[in-house]
Each structure stands twice: as structure tokens, then as C-alpha cells.
Design a protein around this ligand. Structure first.
Ligand SMILES: [Zn+2]
Length: 486
């Protein structure tokens, strides 16, 4: 009998907080730093007689997010009342676009197991309001076993976009790449900060297994993943759990399960799905989006990260990996491009940003927005090294001094006692390369370890010094040759 194989069939629902100053149906602030229950009003508290008014910036951010996911804007969409009873929902219903959304029919690309690009279809993005935040006193933060629960209505009415994928995802790795790519794209579009630590992005996954004998497991919805790692682990766990049941001839229950990050397991959700009914929201007219509005929002869309990375590779000859690091964050890519615009060679500017600038960011736990050195200033330094006025080593010393002391290039050069000029940097490297190329036998001797006393190295140094007509610093020549023969 052939061994049974299982193909995971996964769809993901991602909630993102849309980036607006005020809530979706009232003018309360969306500031996440506010004290609990201070950003509330009759509308978001669901008091009788209060009327929702749609915030048009929310619609624009939803459109931007949708366009970033290659969706099409729908000229007409609707809002519904999704009824359920729970303390985080003061009205007794949530206002949501459900399946008549503002944008639909998009896709994002991920890499499959063979490394090929694969399209994951995005069914739609719909707008809805967030519920209040609940804090339970139990040690694991869950409702069970808690003696007290607190409700913070600041979150009630925060604008959300719910992005629903088709079940095109086949592994946890694809799921994580999909989610990361989505995060990058909505950030680029300025639609959401999608900050996982601040609860601005949350994941639910639908997982089922297709068995090679034709059986098809029922769909299980897994909720409560708040990090990429949790998304990956929850899907892995669910695939293993379902596989075990199917292999033992059992049946998968169609159910909602809760991911417990501390225990690393999913368990049946105890929060009952209360009575649910959808009716059209009578207090909100249909949302109509005309072509003029679509054009306006389309014009606001920046170049997306993958397009940008391709441009770096094709136009500027950057290695793919470097292009992807630089375009991961829009602000970093903007910084790099400003360096190039200020006259730095793209490949060398990319190298400096990727190694030196990112090193400082990491050391200081900063973002590029906090980095004091203007891209034009870095470009000036890159050019000086390029022209050989500073050696690479000197350039890095100057960079560190500038960063540490907020100094100009000239001040740093002076403070470090560097005499510019002579032959250094790339000019020196070119000479070394040609000297080594002309003496392959010497190189071979050094590389094979026979040059124990370093005489051959000294010989190469002499040749290089002669070539530079004594303009290079012997110490630098020695270091550069030692590096070059490795
Ligand atoms: Zn309000």
C-alpha cells in the first residue's frame, strides 16, 4: 500500500490597524499611549441614539492597503451589523463590511518549497471597527481562571482592515513569507504601521489537510497569533495534530481553536460563537468610490519594495540580497537613494549603508529616522574614499568619529590627524590587484604557506610602493596586501 501523504491547505486572515488619527465612526483619538477609557464617546461606547459617521481617511488607508496588495477598488461597498454578545462590544454588534468590501481580488507573491515564485490570491480587504481590549487577571492572560476582567474601550472603534487570503498557502514558511510581505507592503503604502508588538497586526489561519487517498480534512480556524513566530508554530502544530488524527482513521472536527503561545499548542476555543446575524447597517449609506477618488489614491501610492529591489538590481547592479535588505524598510531605501542622488556610486553607497549605517542602527537600537548623518554627508564620505583621498580603513574611522561626535567630514579628518591625498582606497587597491596579477608564482607561495618569514609579502609591498611612487602609506599598503592575498 502506498504511504499516505498530506498537503496542507492554508488561508490566512490578517487584521491590520489602519493608520489614522481618529476612529472609524467617531472623532475619538486612536493614540495607543492614552490612559484606558479616555478616548471614548457615545458613538464608540454604543450609547442609544448615537450615530456612526464614516471617517474618509479610513477609506483611503483601506484603499492604499488594497492597492499595495494588487487589489481593485470596488465602486460600491456596504457596511453590516455582525451581531454577537460579549463585553468587548458595547453595541452588541460590530460594524463590518464583511463580504462586500472596499477592495478585492489581489495577490502577493511568495517563494514555494522549490524556490519558485508563487501567487497567493488576496480575496479582499474589508473595513471594520475593532472591539474593546479585554485584560483578564489570570496568570496566562486568558479568560479561564480569571477572577477579574478589565475592559479598555479606547480600542473600541479603532479602524481595521481585515485581509482575507484564498487557501493558496501550502506551508508555514509560505504563510510567514506572505505575512511579512504583506506587512512590508502596507507599511510602504502608509496604510498601517502594522506593528506586531503594539497589536496593530494579528493573524488567524484556516488549516486543513488534503490526503492522498482523496479524504479532505475539515477546516479548522486557529486564532490568537500575534507574531510571525506564533503564526509559524501554530500552523506547524495544527498540521501535525490533524495528520495524526487522519492517520489513525479519525475525523477532524470543524472548529475554532485558540493558539496558546506559552504552551505551544492549539486548543478548542471556549469562547462560544454567540448568535450571529448580519443585517445591513441602517445608519450608514453605501460607500461609493468614484474614479476621481480612486485616481487620487492611486497617485499617492509609492513604488512597492519588490519593484524597487528589481530596479536596484537591473539599473544599478546591486546583488539581489543587498537590494532586498535595503528595500525591506522604505525609510532605509529612501536614505540609500538620497545618497546615490547626492553623487555616491550606487554599489558602494549600498555597501556603506548596509554595513556601516545598519551596524550603528543595530548597536543603538535605532531606526533610520533617528540617524543624524544626512545621506548627502554620507555620500560625500563615500566619494572621498572612492576617489582614493581616504583609504577604506580611514573612511570607516572618519565615519565612526562623525557618528560619535556629530562632526563634519573635515572636522573628523582633522581630529583623527589624517593627511588626505597620496594613493589610497580604490586607487591603491587597483595597483595591488595588478601587481598580484603580474606575480602569480609569488601569490601561490604566500597562499600555500611557504612564505613563513613574510619575505614574499615584503617583496609585493616593495613593488606596490614603487608603483605608487612612494605616495602610499607603507602600513596601509601592508594591510591592504595582506587582505588581498587571502
Ligand atoms: Zn468615540
Amino acid at each position: 500500500m502506498a504511504e499516505l501523504t498530506f498537503t496542507p491547505v492554508i488561508g490566512i486572515e490578517i487584521h491590520i490597524r489602519l493608520k489614522t488619527d481618529t476612529k472609524i465612526f467617531c472623532s475619538c483619538s486612536t493614540n495607543p499611549e492614552s490612559e484606558p477609557n479616555t478616548n471614548i464617546c457615545p458613538v464608540c461606547m454604543g450609547l442609544p441614539g448615537s450615530l456612526p459617521r464614516l471617517n474618509h481617511t479610513v477609506v483611503e488607508k483601506g484603499m492604499l492597503a488594497g492597492l499595495a496588495l494588487n487589489c481593485t477598488v470596488q465602486p460600491k461597498s456596504l457596511f453590516f451589523r455582525k451581531s454577537y454578545f460579549y463585553p468587548d462590544l458595547p453595541k452588541g454588534y460590530q460594524i463590518s463590511q464583511c463580504d462586500l468590501p472596499v477592495v478585492a481580488n489581489g495577490y502577493i507573491e511568495v517563494h514555494d518549497a522549490e524556490g519558485n515564485l508563487k501567487k497567493i490570491r488576496v480575496n479582499h480587504l474589508h473595513l471594520e471597527e475593532d472591539a474593546a481590549a479585554m485584560h483578564h487577571s489570570a496568570s496566562d492572560g486568558r479568560l479561564e481562571g480569571a477572577s477579574t476582567s478589565y475592559v479598555d474601550y479606547n480600542r473600541a472603534g479603532m479602524p481595521l482592515g481585515e485581509i482575507v487570503s484564498e487557501p493558496d498557502i501550502s506551508s508555514s514558511a509560505e504563510a510567514v513569507e506572505y505575512a511579512m510581505n504583506l506587512q512590508r507592503r502596507v507599511r510602504y503604502a502608509g496604510a498601517s504601521d502594522a506593528d506586531l508588538d503594539k497589536g496593530m497586526m494579528r493573524f488567524d489561519a484556516n488549516v486543513s489537510l488534503k490526503c492522498s487517498d482523496g479524504r479532505w480534512g475539515r477546516k479548522v480556524e486557529v486564532k490568537n497569533m500575534n507574531s510571525f513566530r506564533a503564526l509559524e508554530r501554530a500552523i506547524e502544530f495544527e498540521i501535525k495534530r490533524q495528520k495524526k488524527i487522519l492517520l489513525s482513521g479519525g475525523e477532524i472536527l470543524q472548529e475554532t481553536r485558540h493558539w496558546n503561545d506559552a504552551k505551544g499548542i492549539t486548543s478548542p476555543s471556549r469562547v462560544k460563537e454567540f448568535y450571529r446575524k448580519f443585517i445591513v447597517e441602517p445608519d450608514l449609506p453605501p460607500l461609493m468610490v468614484n474614479q476621481e477618488w480612486i485616481d487620487k489614491v492611486t497617485a499617492m501610492m509609492p513604488e512597492m519594495p519588490d519593484v524597487r529591489a528589481n530596479r536596484y538590481v537591473n539599473d544599478w547592479g546591486l546583488p539581489r540580497e543587498v537590494a532586498e535588505v535595503l528595500t525591506d524598510d522604505k525609510a532605509l531605501a529612501d536614505y540609500f537613494e538620497a545618497c546615490v542622488k547626492a553623487g555616491a556610486n550606487p554599489v558602494r553607497a549600498a555597501h556603506w549603508v548596509r554595513t556601516e549605517v545598519l551596524r550603528v542602527m543595530n548597536e543603538r537600537g535605532q531606526k533610520i529616522a533617528d540617524f543624524a548623518m544626512k545621506p548627502e554627508v554620507l555620500a560625500g564620505l563615500v566619494v572621498r574614499v572612492d576617489e582614493g583621498k581616504l583609504s577604506t580603513t580611514q573612511g570607516k574611522e572618519v565615519f565612526d568619529y562623525m557618528v560619535a561626535n556629530d562632526a563634519s567630514i573635515d572636522d573628523a579628518v582633522k581630529a583623527l590627524g589624517i593627511t588626505e591625498g597620496g594613493v589610497a582606497g580604490n586607487a591603491l587597491n587597483d595597483i595591488i590587484t595588478s601587481v598580484i596579477a603580474a606575480n602569480p608564482d609569488v601569490l601561490e607561495e604566500i597562499r600555500s604557506g611557504r612564505d613563513k618569514k613574510g619575505k614574499k609579502l615584503k617583496f609585493l609591498q616593495g613593488l606596490v610602493m614603487k608603483e605608487t611612487k612612494g605616495q602610499a602609506k607603507p602600513q596601509e599598503v601592508a594591510e591592504a596586501i595582506a587582505e588581498a592575498v587571502k
